[in-house]
Ligand binder design. Structure first.
Ligand code: TYD
Ligand code: MG
Length: 461
């Protein structure tokens, strides 16, 4: 008979204790500790005849150069944007976790991808949250044609594993891991122990039967994947699907990827008939306005350049201390840039409120946006428009100097492609050698923020 024992596990950080506490001593979360029963597995001793003892004395390791290379043939998900984020497609036998807020479109994305993959490979969509007919309703809504896609509505892990073993699909989709239940564990579905055990069982079958698993994971209130880090360590790739629920575009990002680069970005748009790929996302984030306080930058998401409009509004304050808000840009970054402008351009911004926003609800966290932010702020402050067709790229140092940024030529190529005429960039450094001839753009190099903005706005600072 299996022995059971009771432990208390924090659902927030996974810390284990032997007694109940109202507050987790490890992550300090309140009411996160839950009692869970676990079956003690029999300890595996190394006996004389076990394979481990027979190998005693022999090396198991091998020379790195002598290991045979296994070329990976990736499966296409049918969507270029999805494949890009995966690093070129799905790797057979890998586990991909897709996290995101409820209602963002995870099930829709995976159903569409499953349908595409099923044109050529065997695919099973296991839904633990909806009934098979609900999934079919969505499928009808997506106006999908006939394909070789199987559906199973099941929450029991044992049945799911059995089906995977019998059916042996190339790709299986599990929607979602938090709804699965392993009946040998006495804790509720979605608890840390359940999530971990279900994921471990699925991993084992994926690796042994070479099935690619796409697993949906829910996100907690704080935006973390529920069943915290345990899942992220186990899987090969972690993707997040995000976006503003009130805007139609959705961003797919890789947070961890054993088979490709992270920080790659895929852009989709949610329409009445499902998700549509956006292959030219720069157009989504350009506001097409000619107004004061608008500056265009080219940010890089992974290797993907995106032209984005930054908007600023500077108004005389009526408060004791001026109000500063930033949407899509870190507040500290804005404060820092305002301080540099005040000190090195002698503009008294401390009596002005400053509101900053990135068009399209995107988050920009790279320093290359600094010059664009400063230009938007000064354009609004001086009530002077930036000349149309200008982009600004550069990091601003605390001394007011412009620092070079990475992937400059990719950014300039994107600006050129979108029909921009002029680019203000940091002056040449040994690291960053851009030749004017390479681009069909007027390239203006500046070494300080005042120099760059004098050029851009045609004013004297
Ligand atoms: P869903 O895939 O169920 O989200 P998740 O699995 O992440 O919880 O998507 C739900 C939302 O998408 C829902 O609010 C309706 C919207 N939607 C569309 O706008 N168009 C469509 O064609 C579909 C299928 C869904
Ligand atoms: Mg869903």
């Amino acid at each position: 008979m299996k022995r059971t024992s009771t432990i208390f596990i924090c659902q927030n950080c996974g810390a284990k204790t032997s007694q109940f506490f109202g507050k987790c001593s490890s992550c300090e979360a309140w009411n996160s500790i839950i009692e869970e029963k676990i079956f003690a597995s029999e300890s595996k001793k190394i006996t004389k005849n076990s394979p481990r003892s027979q190998q005693k004395g022999k090396y198991r390791s091998e020379l790195i150069s002598s290991i045979q290379e296994n070329p990976i043939t990736r499966l296409s998900s049918g969507y270029m944007e999805f494949d890009r984020v995966l690093g070129g497609g799905l790797v057979p036998g890998s586990l991909v976790l897709i996290g995101g807020d409820p209602g963002i479109g995870k099930s829709t994305l995976l159903l569409q991808a499953a349908n595409q993959i099923a044109q050529q490979h065997s695919v099973i969509y296991m839904t633990a949250e909806e009934s098979a007919s609900q999934v079919q309703m969505r499928w009808n809504r997506l106006k999908k044609t006939d394909s070789n896609l199987h559906i199973l509505s099941e929450t029991d892990l044992e049945i799911i594993i059995e089906e995977l073993e019998k059916f042996r699909p190339s790709v299986a989709i599990i929607d979602s891991i938090q709804a699965l239940q392993d009946h040998t564990i006495c804790s509720t579905p979605g608890s840390i122990t359940q999530v971990r055990e279900c994921a471990a069982a699925l991993q084992q079958i994926a690796k042994s039967k070479n099935i690619t698993l796409l697993i949906v994971g829910h996100v907690t209130k704080e935006g973390m994947l529920a069943g915290p880090k345990v899942l992220e360590h186990l899987v090969d790739t972690v993707l997040t699907f995000e976006g503003d629920r009130f805007a139609s575009h959705r961003l797919l990002r890789a947070v961890k990827n054993r088979f490709g680069a992270t920080n790659e970005l895929g852009v989709f748009e949610m329409q009445g008939e499902g998700l549509v790929e956006v292959s030219n996302p720069s157009e989504l984030f350009l506001s097409d306005e000619n107004a004061t306080g608008v500056a265009t930058i080219v940010a890089c998401e992974g290797t993907r350049p995106l032209a984005i409009d930054i908007q600023a509004l500077i108004n005389q304050t009526t408060y004791a201390s001026p109000k500063r808000t930033a949407t899509g840009i870190e507040g500290n970054r804005l404060h820092q840039i305002l301080a540099v402008i005040e000190k090195h351009m002698q503009l008294a911004l401390s009596r002005f409120d400053c509101y900053l926003a990135v068009a399209g609800g995107l988050e920009v966290d790279e320093p290359a946006a600094d010059l664009g932010i400063a230009a938007a702020v000064i354009s609004s402050y001086k009530n002077v428009q930036l000349p149309p067709g200008t982009i600004l790229i550069g990091e601003i140092g605390l001394g007011g100097q412009l620092r070079s940024v990475g992937q400059l030529s990719i950014r300039l190529k994107e600006a050129e492609r979108l029909g921009f005429e002029r680019a203000v960039i940091p002056g040449k450094t040994p690291k960053n050698q851009i030749s004017q001839k390479e681009f069909n753009l007027e390239i203006i190099e500046a070494s300080t923020i005042s120099e760059a903005l004098s050029f851009a706005l045609g004013l004297n600072f």
